[in-house]
Design a protein around this ligand. Structure first.
Ligand SMILES: Cc1cc2nc3c(=O)[nH]c(=O)nc-3n(C[C@H](O)[C@H](O)[C@H](O)COP(=O)(O)OP(=O)(O)OC[C@H]3O[C@@H](n4cnc5c(N)ncnc54)[C@H](O)[C@@H]3O)c2cc1C
Length: 385
């Protein structure tokens, strides 16, 4: 007879897959539940920034991911007025239907037990946690990690103060084009309003092209016309479309950014991790790296709890909140979207100041505190260096 489950991880995106893999690697019996069979599509820009890459390297997964991806060494960021800032770094794009299946399989290889089913409810009982499905048997375990991405329904059933509203919404499609563009491009072009857009090469003439904007409940999203505007007003996007064609429908998905304290510990035996806990960065919308990082922190806390060590599950929230200053700095950068002239000034300074450009590269490599850059003091300080 099988031993009872130690833990259940709900959601097998980058967060849940790495959490389940980490627990299975330490000998715990863990179920990895997702409502989709893999491979599955996930609406995303497909770009891995250096922090994501570092985690994959630490986990021994970098070779497999690099083999399936497309490397770039330059990220071009355009300000609202068109000032271009080029940042060097190790960037990689991997289509999410490829990345996520790699991570899902890596978890199963180390012993995580996959279950394809939508979880309909979660609760606590005297024996631990109870995870129920619309049909089929209920799971019983000692602890549960909710890694359900921007879908917060299970989290809110435990912790009703969690907001159902996302912080942003973004849309992407794939474009096949003969344009020889080999760097990642992000723009905050004035013609898009307070929104951003990107073109990320994913290899073999395929480009992930998308737009994103802050969620404002009173406004209906019209990303289709935002996308049309992007491919009309932004020269690089116009050139891409002139030599290419859209090969997949424009699809949208919500983002949860800026860390949600309430979602980290929604119940005594539950941890929330990844985008479910708002782990995506504001301003850049970069979420894969921090989804994996919080998933691993949640796994560490569950491991300590199961082994009766240290603070157990209590250690998780404080470990994640150590990242909070970074999120505050990105939120400050995000507020710049309402001040396009200030963004232009910052970009102009970045073009002129090697010191400032070095700071930006360091922030993306996570070697620098983003507060050194995304602050009025940081910007003014550059005039004296
Ligand atoms: C358009 C767009 C572009 C983006 N571009 C980038 C980018 O270029 N780079 C980057 O780093 N980040 C990007 N992001 C953010 C990134 O996609 C997320 O931060 C990341 O996917 C979060 O990972 P996760 O594992 O927390 O959640 P997810 O990847 O969303 O995985 C959650 C999983 O939970 C499952 N699930 C949910 N509810 C249930 C349930 N009740 N029962 C069973 N399973 C369930 C889902 O099926 C899903 O597989 C982008 C986001 C969007 C919307």
């Amino acid at each position: 007879m099988k031993k009872p489950l130690d833990a259940v991880v709900v959601g097998s995106g980058p967060c849940g897959a790495l959490a389940a893999r980490s627990l299975a690697a330490r000998g715990w019996r863990v179920a990895l539940v997702d409502r989709h069979a893999f491979p599955r599509q996930k609406v995303c820009g497909d770009a891995l920034l250096p922090d994501a890459f570092d985690i994959l390297r630490d986990q021994g997964l970098a070779d497999a991911v690099v083999g399936a991806g497309h490397p770039s060494s330059v990220l071009s960021v355009f300000s609202p007025g068109g000032y271009e800032v080029r940042v060097s770094g190790d960037f990689l794009t991997v289509r999410r239907e490829v990345l996520d299946v790699l991570l899902h399989r890596a978890a199963i290889q180390l012993g995580a037990e996959p279950i394809v089913a939508a979880v309909s409810s979660v609760s606590e009982n005297p024996d631990g946690v109870c995870v129920e499905f619309r049909s089929g048997p209920t799971l019983q375990a000692r602890a549960c990690i909710l890694a359900t991405g921007a879908d917060t329904r299970l989290l809110r059933s435990l912790q009703p103060v969690i907001s159902p509203a996302p912080t942003a919404v973004a849309s992407r499609c794939y474009v096949q084009s003969s344009r020889p563009l080999d760097r990642l491009v992000v723009t905050y072009d004035r013609g898009l309003g307070p929104a951003y857009a990107w073109i990320f090469p994913v290899g073999e003439g395929l480009f992930n092209v998308g737009v994103g904007s802050v969620y404002r409940s009173q406004k209906r999203f019209d990303h289709r016309s935002l996308f049309e505007r992007f491919t009309t007003v932004f020269p690089e996007a116009r050139a891409l479309m002139a030599t290419g064609q859209i090969v997949s429908p424009l699809r949208s998905a919500p983002l949860r950014c800026g860390l949600d304290r309430h979602a980290l510990r929604p119940g005594r035996l539950f941890l929330g991790a990844g985008e479910a806990a708002g782990s995506t960065f504001p301003f850049t919308g970069e979420g894969i790296g921090k989804a994996m990082a919080t998933g691993l922190l949640a796994a560490d806390a569950v491991h300590a709890f199961l082994g009766g060590e240290g603070e157990g599950l209590d250690s998780y929230a404080s470990a994640v909140l150590r990242l909070e200053p970074r999120y505050r700095a990105y939120s400050a950068a995000h507020r710049l979207l309402d001040y396009p002239r200030l963004m232009d000034l910052a970009a102009w300074r970045l073009q002129k100041s090697h010191w400032l450009a070095g700071r930006l590269s360091g922030v993306l490599q996570e070697e620098e505190d983003p507060r050194s850059l995304f602050s009025i003091a940081g910007l003014l300080g550059s005039f004296f260096r």
